[in-house]
Design a protein around this ligand. Sequence first.
Ligand SMILES: N[C@@H](CCC(=O)N[C@@H](CS)C(=O)NCC(=O)O)C(=O)O
Length: 209
Amino acid sequence: MKLVIANPSPYARKARVALNEKGIAHDIVMDIPWAPETVAPANNPLGKIPILLLDDGSVIHDSSVIVQYLEIVYPEPALLPADPMRRLEHRKIEVLADGICDAVVLIALEGNREPERRSTDWVTRQTAKIEAGLARLSERLGEQTWFLDDAMGIADIAAACALGYLGVRAGKLEWRDRHPNLSAFSDRMEDRPSFQVSVPYSQPIPRFR
Ligand SMILES: N[C@@H](CCC(=O)N[C@@H](CS)C(=O)NCC(=O)O)C(=O)O
């Protein structure tokens, strides 16, 4: 199987970490969904990565659906608990983490518009979502090692990918001092081999009018 990713994407990183944590053999296809030569629209009508290309020709897109697929076909090690209500709790934290990333992406895109077209109100609105999202993540984690129960799951992976992404696209936020528990959690997660092979770096985004 092949995973189409862009290096900085936290959503792609989530899928990539899941593949590596489960020890699933895969190839990485590096893509830039903003570039004219992107392969994303040919495989996903939404033109977004990550996209999982299976050997039988089928295609799965959206990081959470990719993880769900991996969980069904490669159940060990489990990244979601067996209990449906506990699974829901993982998904709630995943959605929160992804929502933080969505707001970071929207701010980055806004910053790429021509200066006279940029909206400070929009940036303020998105920044509030990031701050509130981080406060909720911090509250949910508390002093625990993992967000839920006693094992790493998709909640932890998604949260760590979001925190890692802040370093790439939102360096000025200074969230670490305000949320030392998230800071220590992020450092712990970044030490894992699955995170080490997927360290994000900044990639230019083209200017939209
Ligand atoms: N909900 C999607 C979000 C994916 C997403 O927004 N990917 C970005 C890269 S970080 C993308 O491909 N954007 C290209 C575009 O919006 O045209 C997921 O979790 O996979």
